[in-house]
Write a protein that binds this ligand. Structure first.
Ligand SMILES: [Zn+2]
Length: 394
């Protein structure tokens, strides 16, 4: 399938160092981006679907790197079906599991946590709720896991490991298991801050430094933050990625982002939601955190967008997150929300307003065009201008 988006007002790359791409057109074929900026009239005319963005803004599909999936499009924590499809209407085209800790009665023995991670990875290998790509299957680190277990998991395609919910007396006991997981090519993640749900334990900045994961999960608190002075140390004394989550502490989210920028470490800042949790289901969570950081810290929204897209892709080694040839065909058309004080999507984000989502394309397939069911309507009409398929995308 070939899809083109034309008449784009602004193209945001997802790379915070070089955030704007000149031009007005993006072409995707067979799930992969072919061109960004310009395309020949023939290349556009040959597409199955052409979407007229009407001067609105194109951004990479958002990557939420902290989603509490279980199985199917269901969250036991909030007893709700269809939340992932709802997040897609908030511009999220990729969800990365925060481990399957919310599975009721989750296993705690080595054989059980291995089976859970492999089953989750398999269950989402082909299943895309609403068109969303879900990277599932993060092994929950528990006492008793050994080198051979990580070798087995890696051979089965599990590439994520999560520390923070295991039955360890001292959090520093995670350190050798995190190192083991990393030796087998896994991206390692660590609960950070106060305890969240029963079964988790408080993790301070000292623990983060001692355990040394790839990602400090909800560094700003999930939902309770570590002490302010620990942010300075984690940023200065490690290379750990700093995942700022919507369902955390807003003040320390701002503190962390500001310190990271001052120390030229913005490439380590990731945006995620840490939902669904006790804090709820938040389809617009990614958009809210982008606008909170942009508006309250007076940062260029196109730069902050990089923390929600390209930075997540880089830290997790995914092929989505950038509007560039060869990357996954995931893009979102956003616009100033109808009735807002600003006239463009980026202006609205700088103003503190959630943007309107006008179209979502994932894996090169339009999932809807015209109006999200969760955001305000766009100011500019976003519509299907050409369609050769017997399908309706509105
Ligand atoms: Zn979480």
């Amino acid at each position: 399938m070939r899809t083109a988006v034309v008449n784009i007002g602004t193209i945001v790359s997802g790379d915070w160092r070089d955030p704007i791409v000149p031009g007005d057109t993006v072409v995707v074929a067979d799930g992969i981006i072919k061109s960004v900026g310009t395309a020949s009239p023939e290349a556009v005319a040959g597409c199955d679907v052409v979407i007229d963005a009407g001067g609105a803004t194109a951004v990479p599909g958002l990557i939420d790197s902290h989603v509490h999936i279980t199985f199917g499009d269901y969250t036991p924590r909030q007893k709700t079906v269809g939340f992932l499809e709802s997040y897609l209407h908030g511009g999220v085209t990729t969800a990365i599991t925060a481990s399957e800790v919310h599975v009721p009665g989750r296993p705690r023995d080595p054989a059980g946590v291995k089976a859970l991670a492999i089953a989750a990875q398999r269950c989402f290998a082909e299943y895309r709720p609403g068109g969303m790509r879900v990277w599932a299957g993060s092994v929950i680190l528990e006492p008793g896991l050994a080198e051979q277990d990580f070798k087995d998991l890696a051979a089965e395609g599990v590439w994520l490991a999560k520390a923070g919910f295991g039955a360890f007396a001292d959090p520093e006991e995670y350190a050798p298991l995190v190192a083991m997981a990393r030796r087998h090519g896994m991206v390692t993640t660590l609960h950070t801050g106060g305890a969240s749900i029963p079964g988790s334990s408080p993790i301070t900045g000292d623990h983060v430094l001692a355990i040394d994961p790839d990602v400090s999960f909800h560094v700003n608190g999930g939902p309770v933050a570590m002490a302010d002075e620990h942010f300075e140390r984690v940023i200065a004394e490690s290379k750990v990625a700093l995942q700022i989550c919507t369902a955390g502490n807003l003040r320390t989210a701002m503190l962390c982002a500001r310190l990271a920028i001052e120390r030229e470490q913005f490439h380590r800042v990731l945006i995620a939601t840490d939902t669904p949790t006790g804090s709820g289901i938040m389809p617009l969570g990614m958009i809210y955190t982008i606008t909170h950081l942009a508006s309250l810290l007076d940062l260029p929204p196109e730069m902050v967008m990089g923390a929600a897209t390209g930075n997540n892709a880089a830290v997790y080694g995914r092929n989505s997150g950038l509007l560039a040839p060869g990357r996954d065909g995931d893009l979102v058309v956003i616009d100033a929300p109808l009735g807002g004080a600003r006239k463009t999507a980026l202006g609205a984000l700088a103003n503190g307003d959630p943007v309107a989502v006008g179209a979502v394309i994932s894996d090169g397939v339009p999932r809807f065009v015209g109006r999200s069911r969760n955001t305000p309507p766009t100011t500019r009409p976003v519509r299907v201008a050409q369609c050769t398929l017997p399908r309706e995308f509105a």
